[in-house]
Design a protein around this ligand. Structure first.
Ligand code: NAD
Length: 260
């Protein structure tokens, strides 16, 4: 059992699938009451049922993290659901359109930056007023693509958004320390999730012969992509008092993929 989690309240974005789902389940198993936010309500309803079946507590919210009006309402509703907000996992994200820079449509670039980067800003912005009284923990999902691994062509918008999240989280750690709100970033390597549903390689990209040094998802530790539950456990640790002196950090969880 991790310290300081029982009866706390969390908001998890992108909670309908993959890393968000696993983190929500990990938090709920530690006694945290969770608000599951996603674009796709049918998915979060299933996660909610799963949590309730394991004697946990959960509610669902549907919103697009890049929409300021919807996010302001959604975070307000999250805080009202349990009468408090202690933990925020800003995790929703997409790979979006992957294209060579000269072929990348400006609107596709904007979409990736809006969901991944502006979405993180909006989630944190609207959560702070509900957290500043009691402090808490914010965790942001970036990626090894944000600072270390630049081996895949076509990911300029994604990698830029993920690097931006790291800078934003560090700034937030500095600014929000006065409210005893900790802010940490996790940088997963390849994790087996549904992210390919939100990945759209352009026809131009598919024509390029990309020099690949190592097969995608190859990780020295396990030779396979990681599992969402492995990331969920890290999120629960960062949400708990076991990490009470950690803020502004950037943690890699990638089976050493970023060292290849
Ligand atoms: P996933 O597709 O399985 O889950 C993401 C969830 O976010 C989905 O349920 C989706 O509906 C939701 N979502 C997408 N856009 C949204 C929006 N605008 N508003 C609200 N919800 C939205 O993918 P995942 O792999 O679990 O991704 C979670 C995070 O992890 C992302 O930020 C991603 O960039 C990051 N990440 C993933 C990997 C990987 O290999 N899977 C590696 C590094 C980082």
């Amino acid at each position: 059992v991790l310290p300081g989690l029982k009866d706390k309240a969390a908001l998890v974005t992108g909670a309908g699938s993959g890393i968000g789902k696993a983190a929500a389940i990990a938090l709920a198993s530690q006694g945290v009451k969770v608000c599951l936010l996603d674009l796709k309500n049918d998915r979060t309803e299933q996660v909610k049922e799963e949590i309730i079946a394991q004697q946990g507590e959960a509610v669902t919210l549907d919103a697009d993290v890049s929409d300021p009006v919807r996010m302001m309402q959604a975070v307000e509703n999250a805080a009202k659901s349990w009468g408090r907000l202690d933990i925020v996992f800003a995790n929703a994200g997409i790979n979006g359109v992957l294209a060579p820079i000269e072929d990348m449509k400006p609107e596709d670039w904007d979409h990736t930056l809006f969901v991944n980067l502006k979405g993180t800003f909006l989630t944190v912005k609207y959560a702070v007023p509900h957290m500043k009284q009691n402090g808490g923990s914010i965790i942001v999902t970036s990626s090894i693509n944000g600072s270390r691994v630049f081996s895949n062509f076509g990911m300029s918008a994604y990698s830029t958004s993920k690097a931006g999240q790291v800078a934003f989280a560090k700034m937030a750690a500095l600014e929000l320390a006065r409210y005893k709100i900790r802010v940490n970033t996790i940088c997963p390597g390849s994790i087996q999730t549904k992210i390919s549903e939100n990945t759209h390689p352009s026809p131009e990209l598919q024509k390029i012969k990309i020099p690949v040094k190592y097969p995608e998802g190859s990780q020295p530790l396990e030779h396979t992509p990681g599992q969402p539950e492995q990331v969920g456990d890290l999120v629960a640790f960062l949400a708990s008092d076991a990490s009470s002196h950690m803020t502004g950090t950037e943690l890699f969880i990638d089976g050493a993929e970023s060292l290849l």
